[in-house]
Design a protein around this ligand. Structure first.
Ligand code: GLP
Length: 243
C-alpha cells in the first residue's frame, strides 16, 4: 500500500509496487494495466501522480502504451553481461531458452579489400559469408552477418551454422578462441533488418560489430549483428584502476 507519511515520493512508491507485480509474475508481458483513474482510486492519490509513475515505467521500458488501447506490460529485456566471451547459443541456454537459427544465405566467397583488412588476409582469400536470424524459443532476436576466414575455419557447413559456430570451432576443429573486440551502437532498422526481425523500418536497433581471435592471435570472424533494442540490455562492470 501507499504510505503518505513516508519521505519516499508517492509516485515512486507506485512505481515500485507495479515493478514488484511484474517481477513476481503477477503482471505478465502483454497484460493490460488498470486505467490511471482506477489506480488513482485504489491508491487514493491524484491521477497526475499515477501518470508520473506510469510515465517513468514506460521510459524505463517496463511498460508500453498503445494509442486508444491502454498501457501494457513490456517483455523483459535480456541482460547481457559484458565480460567473458560467450556465444549466442551459450547466452540463450544460460537463460533457459532454446537457441535456434534461420539461415538466409551461406556462401564461400573471395575476400574483398575491406574483409581482407579486417580478417588480416589477402584479397581473394576464401571467406564464408553467412546470414542467420538468431532465435530464442523460436522468436527472432538478432540478424547476424558473419564473415569467417575459410583458411582458419575449415570445412564449415550450413549444418554446423544451424547449431553453434563456437562449438564447431572448439569441439570439431579443436581450436581455441581467445578474445573478441566489440563495438555497440544504436541505429534505425533498414529494410533487411526490419524484415528479418519482424519490426517496422526505422525502429531502433542495436548494431554490434564483433571481431574474434584465435589463440595464435589470428582474427577468424567479423560479425555484424542487429539486435532488437527493446529486448536487450548490456551490463558492464568497470573497475577504476588504482595507480
Ligand atoms: C554471438 C556473436 C557472434 C558469434 C556468435 C557465435 O552472436 N555476436 O560474433 O559468431 O555469438 O554463436 P554460436 O556459437 O551460437 O553460433
Amino acid at each position: 500500500m501507499i504510505d503518505k507519511s513516508s519521505p519516499i515520493p508517492i509516485y515512486y512508491q507506485i512505481e515500485e509496487q507495479i515493478k514488484a507485480l511484474i517481477e513476481s509474475g503477477k503482471l505478465k508481458s502483454g497484460d493490460c494495466l488498470p486505467s490511471e483513474r482506477e489506480y488513482a482510486e485504489k491508491f487514493k492519490v491524484s491521477r497526475m501522480t499515477v501518470r508520473q509513475a506510469i510515465n517513468n515505467l514506460v521510459n524505463d521500458g517496463f511498460l508500453y502504451r498503445e494509442k486508444g488501447k491502454g498501457t501494457f506490460v513490456a517483455q523483459k529485456k535480456f541482460e547481457q553481461v559484458l565480460h567473458g566471451l560467450t556465444s549466442f547459443t551459450e547466452d540463450m541456454k544460460a537463460r533457459g531458452l532454446t537457441p535456434g537459427n534461420r539461415i538466409f544465405s551461406f556462401e564461400l566467397l573471395f575476400a574483398n579489400e575491406l574483409i581482407a583488412k579486417q580478417l588480416d588476409m589477402t584479397v581473394r582469400d576464401p571467406v564464408y559469408q553467412i546470414e542467420r536470424i538468431r532465435l530464442a524459443d523460436n522468436e527472432p532476436i538478432a540478424l547476424e552477418t558473419s564473415f569467417i576466414s575459410a583458411n582458419l575455419i575449415k570445412d564449415l557447413t550450413k549444418e554446423a551454422m544451424h547449431q553453434s559456430l563456437y562449438n564447431y570451432i572448439e569441439e570439431e576443429l579443436n581450436l581455441r578462441i581467445d578474445y573478441s573486440t566489440q563495438e555497440i551502437e544504436a541505429a534505425p532498422a533498414g529494410d533487411k533488418e526490419a524484415e528479418a526481425l519482424g519490426i517496422k523500418k526505422g525502429t531502433p536497433i542495436l548494431k554490434i560489430l564483433r571481431k574474434s581471435y584465435l589463440e595464435d592471435g589470428k582474427p577468424f570472424e567479423m560479425v555484424k549483428s542487429a539486435y532488437l533494442a527493446d529486448r536487450y540490455k548490456f551490463i558492464a562492470t568497470m573497475k577504476r584502476s588504482t595507480k
